[in-house]
Design a protein around this ligand. Structure first.
Ligand code: 9UX
Length: 71
């Protein structure tokens, strides 16, 4: 399991952050996600053997937001 902090762009209200938490939280391999609307960040704990940051990022993009993971 790995934990990563990422920037999340495009959120404007609590329904945005709630939507990301609900959808990404249900993805296989995602253990937990906590989105901070005010800080425009999220803390993500996931299993890299099951799901990649690319997959998580593109799911977030599908929702209309942009996740920027650290290098
Ligand atoms: Mo709030 Mo987010 O009205 O796409 S749900 S801005």
């Amino acid at each position: 399991m790995e934990t990563v902090q990422a920037q999340v762009n495009g959120m404007h209200c609590a329904a945005c952050s709630g939507r990301i938490e609900r959808v990404v939280g249900k993805m296989d391999g995602v253990d937990s996600i906590s989105v901070n609307l005010a800080a425009e960040t999220m803390a993500l704990t996931y299993d890299p053997d099951t799901v990649s940051l690319d997959e998580i990022g593109s799911r977030i993009k599908d929702l209309g937001f942009e996740a920027l993971f650290p290098e």
